[in-house]
Design a protein around this ligand. Structure first.
Ligand code: C5P
Length: 411
């Protein structure tokens, strides 16, 4: 928890007194706490006691923040590593579920790009009310993390679910949340590829040896398919040229099924023009020079299988004089000198972006896996992203490329 930044929203409930203890424990563990009090929260704990424990000023007024120039609500909401709402009242949950932004707390909760952890606290009938059930389901669907509430005696004299979890339990949930990636990927629809055409290759190619055998590789197509899906969610018209994979065609994407590198190249060329071309396929570098017309018989094993080089689809697209896509993106799975090799590939193939991953001696560990850890290499520099699910890498890559396309720099 050392040096982690927690943005703590304190809602209006009796349980707010436990939040003071939570602040003390967070700071004991080295976290930095910035606190925001709602108007109702101020009825239960004072700004002075919160500020003294947090060791920093308390924020409570949206308009005094937007007036001044030093720090704004967007900045506050983004500077945190995690946003915690404790106590999260029924009203705060309802505002979050509906996307209200009529005070500082709700505005921060809507503006943040970080995960939100909530510790609900309310009367049991409020917690069990169908409206709250709906809101909780919506928020869970949005990726909001819940801790509690617990069952027990309530301040109002009733017994049941609705008590805010104890500080130790909230602390443990915060610790667990901080261990994962806490950035919320941007939802696709707002990524701004509306009106753009994107062509993506994905999966392996199969190069026939005879009518039943082929040369191939272990590529699953998961990353390329996720990229095509993310581009479609961002509003682009997407053509996915897929080698043989065991995946569903992504929704909203025109998928062309091919088998060999030559077919893949033809399908890519037929899909032009495009604003962005992303070569995520693991194209076989070679094919068999002469494909046997009949299945090779056991007895007559060929002593050699002469291979010829396949076209480099990425390089051909990047080096086109006519109808070159504005952004050409390649992948590089390297086992050594990752960045040097990626830079060299960028220059040699004339592409704009290389998505590089260091597969070390475990290439098969990336192919087919659910997660990927990549470094983005451009002529302007490099940036390394954390290990993320392939869908998340895809969303981040599409957000990055849409900014690049708009000329908004190196994202
Ligand atoms: O040169 P290397 O095979 O390492 O480059 C990998 C990149 O080039 C990937 O983006 C891959 O999709 C693309 N490629 C291609 N056609 C080939 C070989 C690789 O499009 N024949």
């Amino acid at each position: 928890m050392q040096a982690k930044r927690i943005l703590l929203v304190i809602g209006g409930g009796v349980a707010a007194y436990k939040t003071l203890e939570l602040i003390r424990r967070l700071r004991e563990q080295g976290a930095r706490v910035r606190a925001v009090l709602t108007a109702a929260g101020k009825q239960f704990v004072t700004p002075l006691s919160v500020a003294s424990l947090a060791g920093s000023p308390v924020f409570d007024d949206l308009f005094s923040l937007t007036d001044e120039t030093e720090i704004g609500h967007i900045q506050i909401s983004r500077e945190a590593d995690l946003v915690v709402v404790a106590p999260a009242t029924a009203d705060l949950l309802a505002k979050m579920a509906q996307g209200h932004a009529d005070d500082l707390a709700s505005t921060l909760l809507l503006a943040t790009d970080k995960k939100i952890l909530v510790a609900p606290a309310m009367n049991l009938r409020m917690w069990l009310h169908p409206a709250t059930r709906r809101n909780v389901a919506l928020l869970r669907g949005d990726g909001v993390i819940f801790v509690g509430p617990e069952e027990g005696d309530m301040a109002c004299g009733e017994y049941g679910p609705g008590r805010m979890s104890e500080p130790a339990a909230i602390l443990a949930a915060i610790d667990a949340a901080l261990r994962g990636d806490t950035t919320i990927p941007l939802p696709g629809g707002v990524l701004g590829l509306a009106g753009r055409r994107v062509v993506v290759t994905s999966g392996p190619t199969h190069e026939p040896i005879d009518p039943v055998r082929y040369l191939g590789n272990r590529s699953s197509g998961k990353q390329g398919h996720a990229i095509a899906a993310a581009a479609a969610r961002a509003g682009a018209e997407v053509v996915l040229v897929s080698g043989p994979v065991e995946l569903q065609d992504p929704p909203g994407v025109a998928t062309r099924h091919v088998s060999t590198a030559a077919e893949m190249l033809a399908a890519v060329e037929a899909a032009l023009p495009a604003d962005i071309f992303i070569a995520a396929a693991a194209v076989s570098d070679w094919r068999v020079g002469e494909i046997a017309a009949q299945k090779l018989k056991k007895g007559g094993a060929p002593t050699a299988l002469p291979l010829v080089e396949n076209p480099d689809i990425l390089a051909l697209l990047a080096q086109r004089q006519e109808a070159r896509p504005r952004l050409v993106v390649g992948f590089a799975a390297e086992t050594e000198n990752l960045l040097d090799n990626a830079q060299a590939k960028l220059a040699r193939k004339n592409c704009d972006v290389i998505v590089a991953n260091d597969v070390g001696d475990k290439a098969a560990g990336v192919m087919g896996e659910e997660e990927n850890q990549v470094t983005i290499v451009t002529r302007g520099g490099t940036q390394t992203w954390p290990r993320l699910r392939k869908e998340h890498v895809a969303l981040k890559l599409i957000a990055y490329l849409s900014k690049l396309l708009e000329g908004r720099g190196d994202a």
